[in-house]
Design a protein around this ligand. Structure first.
Ligand SMILES: [Cu+2]
Length: 564
């Protein structure tokens, strides 16, 4: 959708006031019947009785006040993806990590301090409700006159993949040991700005003007490739971090990722153009017309002008056939080629964490996803509340329960996480509460490869140059590793998880607990939040089993895993 000119931006969601504003939004979260892609009605998780959820606009320095009322039959919670929650880790949202879910008929008001400008999104973080529609962009404008890169106007394009069936049905099929794994491919449809991508809006370009186009992939499983043949795209933002302008021939966004590109319109209005989008996943079999699903929208310079015939499909086919889109998300480059506009040298490493992604079979014969051989399962006490209540024992990572895969970090440690992906599937890994520096990609250590794995030849090492880019969601391509670094300067309990909801539900997640000693001295969880637990009989203190000492008695048993 076309956004208002920058000077008017702050008026979009709330009255504009000089300086910081409180932007208030009311969400009545409930079940809705919707036919979003024109292929039949199904149940979704909507807001105020409908889908899509309206985007939220604010300005850097504002506070977003999000009043959530839960009219679902299950608990809900909201995560502001990319908002770092410095000093407010209890507002991060993931159920049983930083809070208890909001129970049915319950309500809770989130307050998000929007201290960085950029392109973010809000989504459900309980029962994978984002997959059923509970998701919307959150655009935080720079303060007037403070954008570090000039442009005339902007557009927002948000992407969703929409399935024939509800998430609960799809995950039940995936986990049923009586059914084949993986389940047969289902072919979702692309929604753009909440509607069928075949009805995608026209981008109107004035000759000579420069547009910022914000792209947000809110998909639950699939990737979106975006291209504007006949125009040059310069990437200026990834995941809320400005980059030096970097030319990209196409962009591939994994679930959770965002980019902004600058595009300067041609000097004449002689021709109109098309922009191209495809919804795909490299592990979904290619079936003509179904995967990838291709869509185009119009770039209109003048109504009725002829459309320039700039073809893109051949380039797409070649890139898709070579499996290059995951490895080279900027068309010809990996995102390691970006440089943060606010240069930050590579962080010194005090501590290295290895995270090996994989799959495993559990005792009943069904399949799970794992990190370091462990499939994630929620503890009995939200992890943040364990960190706040265990006193000096909070430094003991085993007390958060083996199923949470918790690593306790010391305050301000420089942390390098090496995410190893020996699978044939790429995984978009999202870290809460931080942006991480992208240091290096390379071929996965052959000793980690499962039997019969067949990585493509020529996967070289690609390392940052000059200074590294930072973002919050990185696609770890098939058979590769990625090395990321962050400073543990944000005390809290932070998930690192695959943003494909099916994989997250299958257990591809781990937790960082940062500086529990500092947390205990500085953080007080709001009462209204503690009452969410009390209403559901969830203990507010103790280790993962709800005990105050070392005993984990009462913790659900760890599933017995064998490598798949
Ligand atoms: Cu994954």
């Amino acid at each position: 959708m076309r956004l208002p000119p920058l000077a008017l931006a702050a008026t979009s969601a709330a009255a504009a006031v000089a300086g910081a504003a409180r932007v208030e939004v009311w969400w009545d979260v409930g079940s809705v019947r919707v036919n979003r892609a024109g292929h039949g009605a199904r149940t979704g998780v909507g807001v105020n009785g409908t889908l899509p959820v309206a985007p939220v606009y604010a300005t850097q320095g504002d506070t977003l006040v999000l009043h959530v009322r839960n009219r679902l039959a299950e608990s809900t919670s909201v995560h502001a993806h990319g908002i770092l929650q410095a000093g407010t880790p209890f507002m991060d949202g993931p159920a049983m990590v930083t809070q208890c879910g909001i129970p049915p008929n319950g309500s809770f008001t989130y307050e998000y301090r929007l201290d960085r400008a950029g392109t973010f999104w809000l989504h459900g973080h309980d029962h994978h409700q984002n997959s059923d529609g509970l998701r919307t962009p959150l655009v935080v404008y720079d303060r007037p006159g403070e954008a570090p890169i000039a442009y005339d106007s902007e557009y927002l394009l948000s992407f969703e993949d929409w399935y024939h069936s509800e998430f609960s049905k799809r995950i039940a099929e995936t986990l049923d040991p009586a059914l084949p794994f993986p389940p047969p491919a289902s072919f979702p449809y692309l929604l753009v700005n909440g509607v069928d991508a075949n009805r995608t809006q026209t981008l109107r370009f004035e000759p000579g003007c420069t547009y910022r186009i914000r792209l947000v992939n809110m998909a639950t499983t699939e990737w979106v490739r975006f291209a504007m043949p006949g125009h040059e795209m310069r990437v200026i933002e990834a995941d809320g971090v400005y980059s030096r302008p970097h030319t990209a021939t196409a962009l591939s966004l994994g679930p959770g990722q965002r980019y902004s590109v600058l595009v300067t319109a041609h000097g004449s209005a002689q021709f109109n153009f098309r922009y191209h989008m495809s919804l795909y996943a490299s592990f979904v079999p290619q079936v003509a017309g179904m995967s990838p699903r291709r869509y185009t929208g119009m770039i209109e310079y003048a109504r009725g002008a002829p459309t320039a015939d700039v073809r893109d499909a051949a380039a797409v086919d070649a890139a898709e056939a070579a499996g290059d889109l995951d490895r080279l998300p900027l068309g010809k480059d990996s995102d390691v080629a970006l440089r943060a506009l606010a240069a930050q040298p590579p962080l010194p490493v005090d501590r290295t964490v290895q995270a090996v992604l994989g799959g495993a079979t559990i005792a009943d014969g069904s399949t799970r996803d794992v990190i370091n051989g462990m499939t994630y399962a929620a503890p009995r006490v939200p992890t943040l509340y364990s960190a706040l209540s265990l006193g000096p024992l909070a430094a003991n990572s085993t007390l958060y329960g083996p199923q949470t895969n918790t690593v306790v970090l010391g305050h301000n440690q420089g942390v390098e996480v090496v995410i190893h992906n020996p699978n044939r599937l790429p995984h978009p890994m999202h870290l809460h509460g931080h942006t991480f520096q992208i240091i290096e990609y390379g071929p996965v250590d052959p000793s980690l490869l499962p039997a019969g794995a067949d990585p493509p030849p020529g996967l070289g090492v690609q390392r940052y140059r000059g200074h590294p880019m930072r973002r919050d969601t990185v696609v770890v391509p098939a058979f590769q590793y990625v090395r990321v670094r962050f400073r543990a300067s944000n005390p809290g309990a932070w998930l690192l998880h695959c943003h494909m909801d099916i994989h997250f539900a299958m257990g591809m997640a781990m937790t960082f607990v940062t500086a529990p000693d500092v947390l205990q001295r500085t953080i007080a969880v709001p009462d209204a939040m503690l009452q969410l637990c009390a209403a559901q009989g969830i203990p507010l203190e103790g280790n993962a089993a709800g005990n105050l000492g070392l005993s984990l008695d009462g913790l659900p048993p760890v599933p017995v895993l064998s490598p798949a």
